[in-house]
Design a protein around this ligand. Structure first.
Ligand code: NAD
Length: 304
């Protein structure tokens, strides 16, 4: 039976550690990290994400600024708001919740965010830094996945990793991070010919496709570590359920370790958003980032 990788517990420890560092930053340097979140429209799922992000920022003692714009807002108005936040010294991280309505070009919006405030890591400069092994801001979901993998496996060198999905926000940056950790990386996607065979070769399988239970139990290499990024809302036997991209009940008999949905990657995404905001606040004020923050959170999970 697989070990269940408890992302919820790990994220809680990480957030607590971030909270301590935020307090130190305020007491020693008079800087309070500030996160600005922009929501356009009233998409129910986006509203929940934005509320969670703002609440958790406040719980970590950060300043949280929320901007809610109407669905029909002209692109120029959104760009003006971003420019104002770019200039605001109290704001260290800017996040624009996706998806955006059709009159707004997401590429223009992402490009308008100052790269050192782009705590989602989507700006081309941050994407380029990750791809070339440079120092930039890393997208939150893949960063959270990597932390869980390293927490569970330690050194990833030489392991065969399969990333299922090639989106700009999860699949591609995940593959870059795993390559940086010296994995042998394969990226699979909707045009991959034999998905099952690719999965069966993988010591590490990261699934980010958005297809409920696509990865069957017998697709998994015995003992593999499975990170399930998928969040799919389905209805089964008259009940609303949240399931991943992996068939959890069957996979847990084969895998060595697996993240559940919910309670796996999701909580890590928000914790990493706070981590990126803290790091951005440090960098913008010329303060050394507390590099031991991950180890501190790590140790406390293992000791719990
Ligand atoms: P996306 O739609 O942008 O990309 C999906 C990718 O999966 C594409 O590259 C596509 O080629 C591939 N794909 C689709 N169907 C496939 C199939 N049948 N076989 C093989 N490949 C297939 O999605 P995304 O934004 O990367 O998100 C993926 C999933 O992760 C979604 O369920 C999303 O809700 C979830 N997600 C979760 C978090 C989190 O915090 N847990 C964060 C972001 C995304």
């Amino acid at each position: 039976m697989a070990t269940i990788i408890d992302g919820k517990a790990y994220a809680a420890r990480l957030r607590a550690e971030i909270g301590l560092q935020v307090r130190t930053l305020r007491e020693q340097h008079f800087v309070t990290p500030g996160l600005a979140v922009i929501l356009v429209g009233e998409d129910p799922a986006s509203q929940i994400y934005v509320r969670n992000k703002a609440n958790q920022a406040r719980e970590a003692q950060m300043s949280s600024f929320e901007y809610r714009l109407a669905y029909g807002v002209p692109e120029e108005q959104l760009l003006e708001l971003i420019e104002r936040l770019n200039q605001d010294p109290a704001v260290h991280g800017i996040l624009v919740q996706l998806p955006l309505p059709p009159q707004v070009d997401p590429e223009r919006v992402i490009n308008a965010i100052r790269p050192d405030k782009d705590i989602d890591g989507f700006h081309p400069l941050n994407v380029g830094a990750l791809a070339t092994g440079g120092k930039g801001i890393v997208p939150c979901t893949p960063l959270g996945c990597l932390m869980l993998l390293k927490h569970h496996l330690g050194d990833l060198s030489g392991l065969h990793a399969l990333v299922l999905g090639r989106s700009n926000i999860v699949g591609k940056p995940m593959a870059s991070l795993l390559l940086k950790e010296n994995c042998t990386v394969t990226i699979a996607h909707s045009r991959t010919r034999d998905l099952q065979a690719e999965c069966q070769r993988a010591d590490i399988l990261v699934a980010a496709v958005g297809q409920p239970r696509l990865v069957a139990g017998h697709w998994i290499k015995p003992g593999a570590t499975v990170i399930d990024v998928g969040i799919n809302r389905i209805e089964e036997a008259g009940k609303a359920l949240l399931v991943g991209d992996v068939d959890f009940d069957l996979a847990r008999d084969v895998a060595g370790a697996i993240t559940p949905v919910p309670g796996g990657v999701g909580p890590m995404t928000i914790a990493c958003l706070l981590l990126n905001t803290l790091e951005a606040a440090c960098r913008q004020n010329g303060i050394a980032f507390p590099g031991n923050i991950m180890q501190a959170a790590w140790g406390s999970v293992e000791g719990s």
